[in-house]
Design a protein around this ligand. Structure first.
Ligand code: CA
Length: 228
């Protein structure tokens, strides 16, 4: 496999160096820039395999860089991992909704960052799961063709919205979905699904799933995920 190249956009020099050092050590090619402007031009010119993007940048900030990369056909499919300071959940939510694939809060351990990068790159190469394919995860079995869910082989009666919600999370184990992304992915059919009602749906779904309910994790201030 050809060497993968990662673009790092970070104005804090010590963090930039730390990330560059660790990426090089793992065998990645590294493009390192310190402004949003340079990040955009480098991404468009070099088409890296992944972008690590700090959100707090002088000039064009990270969210604008993310928005612009996702707006261009040539850069849209490049995965983005955003870096934020602790306590900036609103920015994380905004970044994920703009299409970022994952996020890391500072301070972070380089090992965790490397693990996240590998996961995101693996996801990118994996074909998207066929919507009608059966999914088996933990002790949960989802059969979309039959609209059937079992836990430990026991059928679980779910409403249509609960089924869609579980199916959405289970197609992307480990991904964090914001409430807005869930509303967008579920399209309530009996009533308008709002972000508040998503919280209610999750509570009901966890309860019905019994021993498997614990695999649906709340990511505080951000949204929900199904543990991978
Ligand atoms: Ca910064």
């Amino acid at each position: 496999m050809a060497r993968q190249t990662i673009l790092v956009v970070e104005d804090e020099e010590d963090i930039l160096e730390l990330v560059r050092y660790n990426l090089s050590g793992e065998g990645y090619g590294v493009l390192a820039v310190q402004t949003g402007e340079a990040g955009l031009s480098t991404a468009k010119r070099e088409h890296p395999d992944l972008v690590i993007l700090d959100l707090m940048l002088p000039g064009i900030d990270g969210l604008d860089v993310c928005r612009e990369l996702k707006a261009y056909a040539s850069t849209r499919s490049i995965p983005i991992i955003i870096l934020t300071a602790k306590g900036e959940e609103a920015d994380i939510v905004a970044g994920l909704e703009l299409g970022a694939d994952d996020y890391i809060t500072k301070p972070f351990s380089p090992r965790i960052l490397m693990a996240r990068i590998k996961t995101v790159l693996r996801r990118k190469t994996k074909e998207s799961v066929n919507e009608m394919a059966d999914i088996s995860i933990h002790n949960i079995m989802i059969r979309p063709g039959r609209h059937e869910v079992t836990v430990d082989d026991q059928p679980i009666p779910l409403t249509s919205t609960e089924f869609k919600l579980l199916h959405l999370l289970a197609r992307h184990p480990g991904w964090v979905f914001t409430r807005y992304q869930i509303v967008d992915g579920v399209h309530g059919d009996n009533y308008p699904v709002t972000d508040r009602s998503i919280d209610v749906q999750i509570v009901g779904l966890r309860k019905k799933l019994g021993s498997a309910g614990k695999f649906i994790k709340t990511v505080r201030g951000v949204g929900y995920k199904l543990e991978g």
